[in-house]
Design a protein around this ligand. Sequence first.
Ligand code: ADP
Length: 480
Amino acid sequence: MKLTIRARLTLLYFVVLAASFLAFFWICDFGFRHSIEATVNDASQSNLDIVRRVVKNSLPQGVPKVKKELTELSELWANGAIFEVAGPDGEWIFRSPRFLLPQSPLPLPPASGVAFRTTNLDLQQYRIAQQSVSLDGQNFRINVAVPTEPFDQALDNFRVIEKRFLPLLVVLASLLGYWLSGRALAPVNRIIESAEKIGVQNLSQRLPVPKAEDELRRLTETVNAMLGRIESSVHRIQRFTADASHDLRTPLSLIRTNAELALRRPRTEAEYRETLERILGASEETTQLIESLLILARADVGAAQLQFGPIELTPLLHKAAQKAALLALQKGIVFSENIVPQPLPMFADAVATERLLLALLDNAVKYTPASGRVQLRSFAEGEFAVVEIEDTGIGICEDDLPRIWDRFFRADQARCREVPGSGLGLSIARWVVEAHKGAIEVSSRLGQGSLFRLRLPLLISAHARIDESEGQQQSTTAAA
Ligand code: ADP
């Protein structure tokens, strides 16, 4: 059964209130009954005391006197109280008329103390107090009866009120509960209405924050913070898509323009060859860009698979150094390496690690003018393998330093010098480093050069860290 919170709260109010009112009235009823009984007992006890005193006072003048006094007393009592007194021989000295017609004979009073019982005399209910008294050495039995009707009437009146008011009270209180829960839940409805209006088009909108410092305020603030995160993610994706399309358009239009120009009129073989080489260069650039985009897109959705396994870093460093040396030679840059000949075992993805080293070395060569220097150093430091790539290139200004890891970011110096690149290399580098639980940092001075420093966990610690966070898998999915 589907019930709204408001309906459920009201139902709960109803049940709790009905139970509470029932308990309350039952306690009142119980207390009232007991207090009535005590009052009636007191009344019959005091009447019994009066009768006993009359008997005691008139006894010295003989039984007829007692009889006379008791008769006078019974006439005096107009409140319906009646009594009977039996003498030592068991014969009744005095009996009020109603006692002559008992529905059932009364038992004898106890040897000591006063006994109380409720019985019907002539169809009317009485509370009877019975006592055996010894006066001047003679035993008398006294029964005094007080009608309970006035008291029963009071109790009945109370019960009538109970029966009429109990349901009314419960219904009224439940209606109040319904109204109160409606008021309490009104901010929730406002939140729902506002949330329904928020979509991708207006992600900058936020839910109205209630004034009261309560759970709803915390909920709204949490949802608003979540909207903020979603908004920046969507913006990032939108920027990424726009930048990617823009960067893809450049080499593609280069390919098209070259092909169109070549086809305008017949060319020599050398001209065709030159055009085709340009087209090949542009399509290689496109392929590289698409590959980088694919890596990052897969990393974003957690689908990029890294094949972790035990590898040795030193041979990878030598391999990367060889390629970098060739690039440096082509550009007239002095390349030197200082790879400490010691094993650097790692638990890592060999392909991704090589790509990481090459990206940093490629940048160092790319952003260092001819006759500059690039140096590659590596050594072990505690539980880490440290790789340093230093160049005497154009450097990065302080403001740009935190942004070089952003996708598609390229510093103005890089753009002005028309150094080829997409601005994705360092984003991928950082993702690879983080997936390996390592760290990458940079220090640079504009116009003087840069130093990129990698810290990658060695086998024992790397194993432990990757196992810790990703279980015993041999491959993992990681996002930068
Ligand atoms: P790109 O394809 O432009 O090289 P990267 O992500 O590799 O993209 O680098 C981002 C930006 O960081 C570069 O455009 C450049 O401005 C700056 N940069 C990276 N490495 C260096 C370096 N060694 N020297 C100077 N600037 C660098």
